[in-house]
Design a protein around this ligand. Sequence first.
Ligand code: SF4
Ligand code: SF4
Length: 333
Amino acid sequence: MPVPLRQSAKMASYLVQQKLHRREKFPLLVELEPLFQCNLECAGCGKIQHPEHVLRRRMPVEQAVGAIEECGAPMVSIAGGEPLIHPEIDEIVRQLLARKKFVYLCTNAILMEKKLDRFKPSPYFAWAVHMDGLRERHDASVCRDGVFDKAVQAIKAAKAAGFRVTTNTTFFTHDSPKTIQSVLDFLNDELQVDQMMISPAYAYEKAPDQEHFLGVRQTRELFKAAFADGRRKKWRLNHSPLFLDFLEGKVDFECTPWGIPSYSLFGWQRPCYLMADGYAKTYQELLETTDWDAYGRGRDPRCDNCMAHCGYEPTAMLATTKSLKQSLRALAG
Ligand code: SF4
Ligand code: SF4
């Protein structure tokens, strides 16, 4: 099942509305983090290094739903931490679906099969399972044996129950074109997940493993080689063609951090999901009080190696809508 037609239609209508209202900055998708606690400690993770009293906090349902309503984004990706640890995660999802938001529930899948019956299949809902490679690579990436097998089992159970299942794969310097091809072939052809998201890892300052983050040149070479032989067209990637062009160095873009903002227990994170230069109480306040020109490659050294989806997919999506040729290319898949 590719991106449902109703999702593409809703996004198109949302973009037209923004244009009609002459809004220059608006959210396409919110990264909602209703907790920071996780049941894994991945070496490349920069999200779980908070003190114990912060890790124990859970965002109330009304706060999570209120933030999404205030900003008006049509899509929400619920991340963390591990969202399935949150005792009211099913209620947060239910309330967002009732408001016709498209929801991706990101998970490392350890609790997914156990909690599957707390959710219902819907064209507005998709699982987004963290899957960094085949068995050996994935288990090394999440620093625990057996997680790959558990995730595969949970994906099969969710598909059998009628859910839309997508995956989210992050690549590091350990990866080669061959390891990228192997995992994406497996997810696409064997597991037959509905769509796959990919991203080079962002060099979180707090991540325990600082040695394996990719630079811009390495990222471009890696994806150019991995996408060769027509594979890029074969894979059901949940990205615009222009973002994939960007990954393999065919085009270059500036980052659009306000397009995929992040809302967590601390508020709206400035400037993006990956960096935390303070927080705003509302999305509107975030827009008005952030010096957006201070961020991006060549402006802030922390951005220099970033080619992450949350900064550059909004740029690619907005460029797509401005060009008939690119819009047709995106529709052709
Ligand atoms: S599963 Fe996700 S949130 Fe949990 S430690 Fe790994 S990368 Fe971080
Ligand atoms: S380039 Fe953009 S998305 Fe990446 S870290 Fe900088 S502000 Fe965030």
